[in-house]
Design a protein around this ligand. Sequence first.
Ligand SMILES: *[C@@H]1O[C@H](CO)[C@@H](O)[C@H](O)[C@H]1NC(C)=O
Ligand SMILES: *[C@@H]1O[C@H](CO)[C@@H](O)[C@H](O)[C@H]1NC(C)=O
Ligand SMILES: *[C@@H]1O[C@H](CO)[C@@H](O)[C@H](O)[C@H]1NC(C)=O
Ligand SMILES: *[C@@H]1O[C@H](CO)[C@@H](O)[C@H](O)[C@H]1NC(C)=O
Ligand SMILES: *[C@@H]1O[C@H](CO)[C@@H](O)[C@H](O)[C@H]1NC(C)=O
Length: 507
Amino acid sequence: MLFHRLILAVFFLMHVYGNPCKQRNATYGYVCVCNSTYCDTVPPINVKEGTYQQYTTTSQKLGFSTSKGQIKPSSNGVSKHKIDLTNSKPKQRVFGFGGAFTGSTGFNIHSLSSKAQDNLLESYFGGDGIGYTLCRVPIGGTDFSLKKYTYDDDHDGDVDLKYFALQDEDFLYKIPYIKKAFKLSNNTLKLFGTSWTSPPWMKTNNDYAGVGFLKKEYFQTWAEYYVRFFEEYAKNGVRFWGVTTQNEPYDGFLPTSISQINALGFDNHLMNQFISKHLGPTLKKSSFKDLKIMIHDDSRHTLPLLPEILENPHSMRYVDGVAVHWYANNITPSDYLEQYTKSRFKELFLLGTEACNGFLHSMSLEESVQLGSWARAENYIRDIITDFAYGARGWVDWNMVLDQSGGPCSIDNKVDSPVITNNATGEFYKQPMFYAMGHFSKFLRPKSHVLDVQDGLIKSVAVLRPDGLHAVVVFNEGQNSTNVEIKSKKGFIDVTIQKKSINTILF
Ligand SMILES: *[C@@H]1O[C@H](CO)[C@@H](O)[C@H](O)[C@H]1NC(C)=O
Ligand SMILES: *[C@@H]1O[C@H](CO)[C@@H](O)[C@H](O)[C@H]1NC(C)=O
Ligand SMILES: *[C@@H]1O[C@H](CO)[C@@H](O)[C@H](O)[C@H]1NC(C)=O
Ligand SMILES: *[C@@H]1O[C@H](CO)[C@@H](O)[C@H](O)[C@H]1NC(C)=O
Ligand SMILES: *[C@@H]1O[C@H](CO)[C@@H](O)[C@H](O)[C@H]1NC(C)=O
């Protein structure tokens, strides 16, 4: 009897507190270790009227610690920071957060035992995990593939795309995990597709990378190739929500001595032509007419080139949003996000579509993977908070899973990722970046309304969720712990925000 009660009590506690992080000391800080039989989970949300729940992750204690408290009728008057939501107006609505189903991500998941794979996918997509809902799927190969390829490599001049075919990478490393993610997310997952390059034979340089543009005679074929991709994925049970018009179109102006990344160059003149005469009309005539079309899909520092597209009514008929990457944000004014993304023809949404740490590794300026780095989690948090202040509706990471070297990568461009696999032990490591993403993806649910916050002294994002709860993410980048008072129509909440921590308060 006692034994049974004990078992019941353990079950109850596991449900209330979740599985704690098995924290391990790593070179740059801490990671949480998961394997085939164990993985940490997020304790469930359970907020009663008149109370709040706080989730905390610190540089010293990863995972999600949770605690509860009462909402008070008056201020204690001593909190250093005040977040006032009493008169805040609803701003943009959240689409979601997520990462990219690169070939390398799938390859690394595949390298684990099936039980460990389940733990990993649950961690990213499940109800006990961080609940990703918005992911990018490369259309064909990228640098994070096992080799360079497209879906019609060997048939020069195949204008009817008779030989178009999905490849092993789709069947082994993308589609199976995408389908599991759909299931774990209860079909709330939204996907958008992005292409890196057309088949080399459609290009002026007949290569995957380097200075190359679509040949005039293949603009329409290239638009139809997108439709063929969405058709083939649909046949395999995978539907998409959106598409970007080209990954980093300015990479296609760089010689291979500078970048070996698969690329297809478009200047704005070519892009206007492609969108208004080919991709836009072709998608609208297809069964994929509802796909959200996003332009740019390149870094913030090239946004000043965008107005030539935004000022073109023929393109803007088809365009729904602007996609931005984070590279060079450190040296680019944040207000480019506002200044250069406004169209006089249409209201457009803003979405972060690619980011990773360690990208200067290829120039030998940093390590690809820095296991346990809190500083790299902070880079994510700062960028998400900035993008949201400028109206972004979501933020999508690059590779979801890499190995300990930051690969595999088909060129010399290894980087870091929130989850790192150890293919020798069958373990995987959830880095601080994973928990940074988690505070946003888990708590700022799709369709939440972002609220304007007046404080400004401590970095935060506040939303009103569709379930009626408020969620406030608070980031303390400093070396001292501090107190924050959240004021709302429901009353006053005073919370301690530990040094070097990210917190979410729900009420
Ligand atoms: C690893 O653990 C030791 C104590 O066991 C500690 O002194 C050291 O600072 C830790 N390293 C990191 C990176 O946290
Ligand atoms: C998996 O991790 C758990 C918790 O740390 C540990 O008890 C168990 O021995 C590990 N299993 C294997 C196969 O390493
Ligand atoms: C999906 O639904 C199941 C069953 O209701 C639930 O346990 C799980 O938490 C849900 N997953 C997510 C991501 O909300
Ligand atoms: C295992 O991971 C290492 C990096 O830690 C990598 O160099 C190696 O290629 C991987 N092996 C396999 C079979 O994936
Ligand atoms: C942080 O706390 C230390 C004492 O613990 C103090 O000397 C320092 O001035 C504080 N820093 C800030 C920015 O408040």
